[in-house]
Design a protein around this ligand. Structure first.
Ligand SMILES: [Zn+2]
Length: 267
């Protein structure tokens, strides 16, 4: 007999329908009713795309500190402490070696749950190290993006990460090493305007917001109504900003096919 009392019901953030939490989780946090791709943390994201037990993390020891003594409503130090406690991560990005479909790759996954996936000095440094790992081993780099942009608590140092990550990725290109980026919701600000947009293949999850400034900010600035689908994956695909839209459950297979295409074929 089914024990209904054990079923936990949650509401989809998009269609608001009641969902069985266990089914939602086993569906990789995608709503079975409306296909809304909800937030998934970096660890589960990694598990969902890599070959079983193939992920070996590196650079996990480096972490941010409050070098500007920055204080808004709380100190940056307190925000870092809370983010670490909430996510179990040391920073907003996880990097490591992994295999996808049998291919060795370097993987970097931003986690929006850690201070909105914001890019500070450590995120920039970890991306640089991920690039160096790819060059040293001659293996492709795959980055999952999710970010509100630069980490304002680190002032201009956070903005400098845009130049640092872009110049790092350019070294990949000089070495003819493939680099794919998968945009997840939301990817905005300094992250959208730096290493994401220069990937060889730019994939997006369905419905993911990808723009520099969010729709509300743009409307307030230009004092005009903008299309409802502004910045969303489907419109970005139509406008040539991205190459593919792929469902979360299909990402592993798509990445395997792309790796096979880039590594095993002569052009
Ligand atoms: Zn839904």
């Amino acid at each position: 007999m089914e024990k209904n009392s054990d079923i936990e019901i949650i509401n989809c953030k998009n269609c608001k329908k009641d969902l069985n939490k266990d089914i939602f989780i086993s569906n990789l946090n995608v709503c079975p009713e409306c296909n809304f791709h909800d937030y998934i943390d970096a660890r589960r994201r990694i598990e969902s795309v890599v070959d079983s037990a193939s992920f070996v993390e590196f650079s996990e020891e480096i972490s941010s500190y409050d070098f500007l003594n920055f204080y808004d409503l709380k100190s940056y130090e307190e925000r870092l402490y809370e983010a670490r406690l909430k996510t179990g991560l040391n920073e907003a990005i996880v990097t490591g070696n992994a295999k996808i479909g049998g291919f060795n790759i370097t993987l970097a996954v931003l986690d929006f749950g850690f201070l909105g996936g914001s890019m500070g000095s450590v995120v920039g440094e970890k991306i640089k190290r991920a690039v160096e790992n790819s060059i040293k081993k001659n293996i492709p780099l795959i980055i999952f993006s999710a970010s509100g942009g630069a980490r304002m608590q680190e002032g201009i140092i956070s903005l400098m990460q845009m130049a640092k990550t872009v110049s790092s990725i350019n070294r990949l290109k000089e070495n003819f090493i493939p680099y794919f980026c998968i945009i997840t919701n939301p990817t905005t600000g300094g992250v959208s305007a730096s290493f994401v947009t220069i990937a060889d293949i730019i994939i997006s999850e369905p419905g993911a917001l990808f723009c520099f400034a969010g729709p509300r900010v743009v409307e307030q600035t230009i004092k005009k109504k903008i299309p409802l689908d502004f910045g969303l994956a489907e419109r970005n695909l139509k406008n040539g900003q991205i190459d593919l839209i792929v469902q979360r459950k299909d990402l592993k297979l798509t990445l395997t096919n792309l790796l096979d295409l880039f590594l095993n074929r002569d052009f």
